[in-house]
Ligand binder design. Structure first.
Ligand SMILES: [Zn+2]
Length: 584
C-alpha cells in the first residue's frame, strides 16, 4: 500500500497539465486549460484542467479527478501502477510498504483502502495463473493469447479455501469481507469467495479494480460468480470491459453490449474490441447513458431464446427515452445455441460484423413485439395494438424516430396519423425534450444547500460547521454535503485536503456526481477566492438557520394543497397562532 504522505508529495510535485497534455491537446483559456474530452465524444471543448488546483473536470460527461485518476482512467492503469508511473516521471521512488505497529494498524483499520486491496488481489490472481498449467490450457483452448489475457488482466483463483492468505497475511482483516473477496461463514470460519476459477477483474471507468467475475474451468456450478455489491461495486452502474474497449468504441463509432465477460474477451481476441458486458443485471439507464456518450451507435446482442428476448425488451424500454435520433440503437439475436464467443470463434470477425450490420432496428423490434401480441385482422386487435403501443411511443425521446414510429403504428392500426397521435396521447412537442441523457453540465440548482456545498470546497473544514438537521433531506446536494462533512471528519489532517486530494476522494464517494460538479463550480464558474467563498459560506449558513424548518414547510404545503389531515390542520393553526404571538 502506498503511504498517504508519499501520495501527497507526489501530487504536489507533478503538474496535471503536463500529465494530461501527453494525451490531450490543451489550450490555455484564462487561468485554466481547455481541451476535447478524452472520455466522451465532443466537438467543442468542455474538458477543463486547473493548474492552480491540480484537478480536471469535464462539463460534458462529468469526468473528474487528479493526475493519478487521469492516468487510471485514460491509460487504463491500476491505482498502484498509476502512482508508480507518475512517480517515475517525477523522478521519485515509491517507498516500500512498512508494516505498522499493532495499535497503529488498529487505528487505521477503518481507513483501509479497499481499492488497494482489490489491486493486490488482482496481482495475486494474475501470478497464480502463471503457475497453473491447467488454467493456462483452458484459456488457450478458448483461443485466447497471452496478450489478450494480459490486456484484460485475467487471473486464476487457486483451488484452495484460503488461497488469498498468501497475498494477505492479515486474512482476518474485515476489509477483505467488505470488498467481497472473503466470505464469513456461519460458524465464523472464513474462506475465499473465488476458488478454482478464471478471474476477470471488473474495472471502473477510471481503471480501478472494483470487483471480479469468476468462471469455472469445468462444468461446476454456478458457471459464473460475480463479486457481491460492495462499497466499490454497484452492478447497475458498471459495464465489464469499458476501459479496454474505449478506444475501439471511439474508432468504430459503435458499442456492442453482450451478456458475458468471456464474450467480451473472445470478441477482442478476434478483432472486435468495442464490446462490453453488463454484470449479471438487466440493462439500466446508467449503462445506456454511459455508452451513448462514447459511441454513435449502440448494439445489444442477446441469445435468441425467450430469456434473451425478455432481456432485450428491457434494454429497449430503457433506451427509448435516452437515444437521440443521431445515435441509433439496434438489437442482434444470435442463432439458437450460439453466443458471441462461440459464434466469433466458429465464423470469424467478418461474419460477426455482417450480423451486426443486419441487426434489427429499435423501431423494428418494438413494432414486431407489439404486433405479435395483437391480432391486427380484427378491430379489437388493432385497438389493443394501439393501447399497447401508447406507453412506448410516448417514451421515445428522438423526435424524428417517434414520428416515423407513429406513422407505422397508424398504418398497422388502419387509422390516420392524426388519429394515431390523438389515441397515443402525444403532446405537440416531445415530452422528453432533452436529447441527451442528463448531463453533468445541466443548469446549477440554486438551493441554499447547493450554494453552501460549492463554497465549502474553498476550505473543506467549513463543512463541519453545517448542522445536517437543517438541510432539506430530499435534496441530493444535502446528501452530498453530509458526505463531504464525513470525508473531512475522517481525514487524518483536514488542512491537507487540497483540491487535488479531494478530487480523488470524491471520485470514490457515493455522491460523486454532485460533489465533483460542486468542486468544479467553485473553481471554474464562481471563481471565488478562498476568503470570499468562506465569508459567503457563513452568510449562507446564517440564512439556512433562519429558514423555515423542513417539517413546517412540508406541513404548510399540505394545508395549502388541501390534503392535510384534521390533525395536521390543527397543528398548523397552532403554529400560526404561536408565530403571531411571538411577533414583536
Ligand atoms: Zn467528458
Amino acid at each position: 500500500m502506498i503511504p498517504e504522505s508519499f501520495k501527497q508529495d507526489l501530487l504536489n510535485r507533478v503538474d496535471i497539465v503536463d500529465v494530461v497534455s501527453r494525451y490531450v491537446q490543451l489550450k490555455k483559456g484564462g487561468a485554466n486549460y481547455l481541451g476535447l474530452c478524452p472520455f466522451h465524444n465532443e466537438k467543442t471543448p468542455s474538458f477543463t484542467v486547473s493548474p492552480a488546483k491540480q484537478f480536471y473536470h469535464c462539463f460534458g460527461c462529468g469526468a473528474h479527478g487528479n493526475a493519478i485518476g487521469f492516468l487510471m482512467a485514460h491509460a487504463g492503469l491500476g491505482y498502484v501502477e498509476a502512482v508508480k508511473e507518475l512517480a517515475s516521471s517525477a523522478g521519485m521512488q515509491v517507498p516500500e510498504f512498512q508494516p505498522r505497529s499493532p495499535e497503529d494498524a488498529a487505528r487505521r483499520e477503518r481507513e483501509t483502502d479497499l481499492y488497494a486491496l482489490m489491486d493486490s488481489a488482482m496481482e495475486f490472481y494474475r501470478a497464480e495463473l502463471k503457475k497453473s498449467p491447467r488454467a493456462i490450457a483452458y484459456l488457450k483452448g478458448r483461443g485466447l493469447t497471452g496478450e489478450i489475457a494480459a490486456r484484460f488482466r485475467i487471473g486464476y483463483a487457486p483451488d484452495d479455501w484460503q488461497g488469498l492468505r498468501a497475498a494477505f497475511p492479515q486474512y482476518e482483516d474485515k476489509a477483505l469481507v467488505e470488498c467481497g473477496l472473503v466470505v464469513q461463514g456461519e460458524e465464523g470460519k472464513r474462506y475465499d469467495r473465488f476458488r478454482d476459477r478464471i478471474m476477470f477483474p471488473i474495472l471502473s471507468a477510471r481503471g480501478a479494480v472494483i470487483g471480479f467475475g469468476g468462471r469455472v474451468l469445468g462444468d461446476g456450478e454456478p458457471k459464473y460468480l460475480n463479486s457481491p455489491e460492495t462499497p466499490l461495486f454497484e452492478k447497475g452502474r458498471e459495464v465489464y470491459g469499458l476501459v479496454q474497449a474505449r478506444d475501439a468504441v471511439r474508432a468504430a463509432g459503435r458499442a456492442l453490449v453482450v451478456e458475458g465477460y468471456m464474450d467480451v474477451v473472445a470478441l477482442a481476441q478476434f478483432g472486435i474490441g468495442y464490446a462490453v458486458a453488463t454484470l449479471g443485471t438487466a440493462t439500466t439507464p446508467v449503462h445506456v447513458a454511459k455508452l451513448l456518450r462514447l459511441a454513435d451507435e449502440l448494439v445489444f446482442c442477446f441469445d435468441g431464446d425467450a430469456a434473451g428476448r425478455k432481456a432485450a425488451w428491457r434494454a429497449l424500454e430503457v433506451s427509448l427515452p435516452l437515444a437521440p435520433d443521431s445515435k441509433p440503437v439496434r438489437f442482434l439475436f444470435l442463432p439458437e445455441r450460439d453466443d458471441p464467443d462461440s459464434y466469433v470463434r466458429a465464423h470469424g470477425k467478418d461474419a460477426f460484423e455482417r450480423l451486426l450490420r443486419e441487426a434489427q432496428t429499435l423501431s423494428g423490434f418494438l413494432l414486431a413485439e407489439l404486433r405479435a401480441q395483437s391480432d391486427l385482422a380484427t378491430p379489437e386487435g388493432r385497438a389493443r395494438f394501439l393501447a399497447a403501443a401508447k406507453p412506448h411511443v410516448q417514451r421515445i425521446a428522438a423526435g424524428g424516430l417517434r414520428l416515423q414510429v407513429v406513422k407505422e403504428v397508424a398504418e398497422l392500426a388502419r387509422v390516420s396519423q392524426q388519429e394515431a397521435e390523438r389515441l397515443l396521447e402525444l403532446p405537440g412537442a416531445p415530452i422528453y425534450a432533452r436529447q441527451a441523457p442528463a448531463r453533468a453540465g445541466a443548469p446549477l440548482p440554486l438551493s441554499l444547500e447547493w450554494k453552501l456545498l460549492a463554497r465549502a470546497f474553498a476550505r473543506p473544514e467549513l463543512a463541519l460547521e453545517v448542522d445536517p438537521a437543517l438541510l432539506g433531506a430530499e435534496l441530493p446536494e444535502s446528501q452530498a454535503l453530509i458526505e463531504l462533512r464525513a470525508l473531512v471528519e475522517q481525514a487524518p489532517d483536514p488542512a491537507r485536503l487540497t483540491d487535488s486530494v479531494l478530487a480523488e476522494l470524491i471520485e470514490r464517494a457515493a455522491h460523486r456526481e454532485v460533489l465533483s460538479r460542486a468542486q468544479a463550480a467553485l473553481n471554474f464558474e464562481l471563481r471565488l477566492g478562498a476568503d470570499e467563498a468562506q465569508s459567503e459560506f457563513r452568510e449562507l449558513l446564517a440564512a439556512l438557520e433562519r429558514r423555515e424548518p423542513e417539517a413546517d414547510r412540508a406541513l404548510r404545503q399540505r394545508v395549502l394543497k388541501g390534503v392535510a389531515t384534521a390533525d395536521e390542520r390543527r397543528r398548523f393553526e397552532e403554529k400560526m397562532n404561536a408565530a403571531h404571538r411571538n411577533r414583536p
